[in-house]
Design a protein around this ligand. Structure first.
Ligand code: KDG
Length: 339
């Protein structure tokens, strides 16, 4: 056999060998998943993101690796949503309220006083209505996996105790970038200012805004007590988060990989809800210890707020569609034991 022929055969076998090593290396290299979120690592959102990452590693036998990236390092909710739609980022968890610009039906969850307790929340979000809203996402380039709990939202501000609706007059109140929140607090007399969560602490610190509204856990984990003196317990809306994936990316996954993510998402949801509820019970006491002046809005004032906000309900119904609005009301009635 000629020297040239021997050399060509040797070169060919090296090429085959290195290709197979590369293939094996490719097999061993885990599929990397960037999972972005907006609160910090010590928050309920951060703790649940870690549970999700650990569960994915466990269920995939190390073949899938989630990098949980918090504190809006990948951008605010809206920016991450666009990155998922474009396929530049794989997953995230964020507010349903910031998704309304993409899927208008998400505004259902912004309805003030819609959901009264966690039993109703879980039944609505994990039942037919939650599925119906979540399943509107794929046509917009997102896949909704599960809902997590942000929680019941309460008011904080640096000016005064809010003991009646009129106390909100003139308060520069930061709201999420969402028309229902904007019109709700304008209706209540506040000067509502939409702002991304990632800019909120500095806006409070520099008095660009006087106040904001968020669940106890967020007020505590984001250290808003350092720049907010007053907190009024209003529970004016139950706020969900939703875990989403890029549809472009999701479609490239095997059925087994999709099942791993769905199963891990459910485990993280159950952990997150329990953790959030356990922490919320403690957070109010912690906030008092941190020096916040806390008052609970009286039932009479809460009723006045609900009456005032009725006209916002009509806006939400128009935004989400009367069919979905009526189905949601009927489902709530069923959950509450009505016929
Ligand atoms: O990533 C932050 C979002 O999850 C946001 O929803 C937190 O409730 C929030 C707010 O007030 O922006």
């Amino acid at each position: 056999m000629s020297f040239l022929r021997r050399t060509l055969i040797a070169a060919a076998s090296v090429a085959v060998l290195s290709a197979s090593f590369a293939a094996v290396a490719q097999d061993i290299k885990p599929r990397l998943i960037r999972f972005g979120y907006g609160l910090n690592e010590q928050s309920n959102q951060g703790r649940a993101a870690k549970v999700f990452a650990d569960e994915v590693a466990k269920l995939s036998g190390g073949k899938m690796k989630v990098r949980a990236i918090g504190a809006a390092a990948l951008g605010p909710d809206n920016q991450m949503q666009q990155a998922l739609i474009g396929g530049a980022q794989e997953m995230m968890v964020g507010s349903t309220a910031t998704l309304v610009g993409i899927t208008k039906e998400m505004a259902l969850w912004d309805t003030p006083f819609l959901i009264s307790n966690t039993k109703e929340a879980d039944a609505m979000l994990d039942g037919p209505i939650g599925d119906k809203v979540r399943n509107k996402l794929p046509e917009k380039g997102l896949v909704g996996l599960v809902y997590w709990e942000n929680g019941f939202r309460n008011l904080t501000n640096s000016k005064r105790a809010i003991t009646k609706m009129e106390d909100m007059n003139g308060i520069k109140l930061r709201v999420m970038q969402n028309n229902v929140f904007l019109s709700s607090f304008q209706t209540l007399g506040a000067n509502a200012i939409p702002l991304a969560f990632s800019e909120l602490f500095s806006a409070l610190e520099t008095k660009t805004v006087d106040g904001q509204e968020n669940p106890f856990n967020t007020i505590l984990s984001s250290k808003f007590y350092e720049v907010q003196k007053y907190m009024t317990v209003t529970n004016h809306v139950y706020s969900p988060w939703i875990v989403t994936a890029s549809k472009k990316w999701w479609g490239q996954l095997s059925k087994d990989e999709q099942k791993v993510l769905m199963d891990a998402a459910r485990v993280s949801r159950d952990f997150e809800r329990k953790d959030t509820r356990d922490e919320a019970a403690k957070a109010m006491a912690d906030l008092k210890t941190k020096g916040m002046m806390i008052n609970e809005l009286s039932p009479a004032e809460s009723a006045r707020m609900r009456d005032k906000l009725t006209k916002v309900y009509a806006t939400v119904a128009a935004d989400v569609g009367m069919d979905l609005w009526n189905e949601a009301q009927a489902e709530l009635k069923k959950i509450r034991g009505g016929k």
